[in-house]
Design a protein around this ligand. Sequence first.
Ligand SMILES: [Zn+2]
Ligand SMILES: [Zn+2]
Length: 535
Amino acid sequence: MHRAFWADAVADEIEARDPEEPIVIKGGVSPSGVPHIGHLNEVMRGYFVAEALRDRGREVRQVFTSDDRDPLRGVPRTLATLDWAVVSLGETENPGALGRNLGKPLTNVPDPFGCCDSFGDHQTRLLGKMAEAMDVPIEVVSNTDLYERGEFEGVTRELLEKRDLAREVLSAYQEKVDEEYVPFNPICADCGKITEAVTGIDLDAGTVDYVCADIEAGNRTIEGCGHEGTATLREGKLPWRFEWPAQWKVLGVDFEPFGKDHAEGSWPSGEHIARAVLDFEPPVPMVYEWFTYNGDALSSSKGNVITVDEVLSMLEVEVFRYFFTKPPKRARDFDVRTLDQLVDEFDRFEAIYFGEVEGTDQERAIAERAYPMTVDAVRPERVRLPYTFAAVLGMTDDEGLREAMARRAGHIPEDASERAVENALARVERARTWAERTDNEYNYRLAEDLPDVEVDGATAAALDALADEVEAGLEEGEDVQTAIYEAARDEGVEVGDLFATGYRLFLDEEQGPRLGPFLASLEREFVVERLRRES
Ligand SMILES: [Zn+2]
Ligand SMILES: [Zn+2]
């Protein structure tokens, strides 16, 4: 059956397998840098599938694994505090905490901020906060917890028993897999690093012997301490290629979305390992395309990141949720400069849902399904200020004036409830933050007192003529714009000079947004008096 909304098509695929309830949907991240909006794919893609299934009466559990037993492989340049301030490592309380502990599980590395039990714990908490900010109910699962509680013990034992088979399957995907390869990496009891050289396996005792040898990690060598020791199956971790299928098995995962990198790497081997080595059917997969941020790849190490907290200072949560309703297989850019377009799209999507805007059949079908999943409650009575208009209102801090301007411009209906008005005006602060952050054409402040402006006779006459026109009832922004041109022409003033004087009078700046629509949005009496240089 054709489904308009991609999440319904995925839900069909899951249901076709006749899964046991609760249906388990997973996402996951190795939490080493600043959690950013790219990581939200791991939460939001699963969320819409979960909602589609819940809507069909299914019980769903959405889990999110923090792969916090992963070794610290490098020192991130920037980190986020629990309040989402992105800071450089040097600004933390304990900057040496990371560099001194390379190669150790993230949960055994001290928290540079000193606020959590470990660096891994700090990072995991941020991931949880990220989902919370998006209002998505997920269970954050710490991988280290799963190991420590023995949840992985059975599957680890199984992999060690079948290590020849495991090695054979993986060697088709990874070159470094040789005769010595063992699918378990113990933690060195002496230096705390994750080791790779297993020298003996005793499954009766449930232990492995190891030597803490040097490890090649990317283009660097993490030195081992040379210690020879014995570890239990809880004191180590599975290599990622095995850990991922082990998570599916232990958590009973029915569906997992993942990025393109995994699609070419650990998914094909993981799926093969699940079937051939661990004897179970892997989850329904879904590959999503990474989106870029302002045209470049999101990268914690290159500093090209934006946190969910920053996004939600500019967008209502339902608008940002809407961003993730778009088809996952198409590459797209999250461009802060054009956030107004995203908001306009959302407003249209919402209006289509309520039947206020026509829309195509396809648009209607998607809005019908996806819109209720983007909002906390479907409320027909609501008011949305166009985002760029909200940015204009953000030029004043005077809340009364903001509301008066919105009413005057016809964006707030007479009979709108207090709650709807309040919600509508909440967009102003967000649009204000956007204008400041991008320093765009809305990043101006309304001059609330008359600036000190010198005008010559002809300019004064043009301003007075414009004031008369406005006073006589000009309402539309384009009409005011035309009147400015006419006043300049009639009085023999350079039109550019008249605009500059206008910006000086209203913004105390040389330039600003399109003057006509801007003046039309302001209170008429205020505009008239200001044009006459009276107050
Ligand atoms: Zn912390
Ligand atoms: Zn060691």
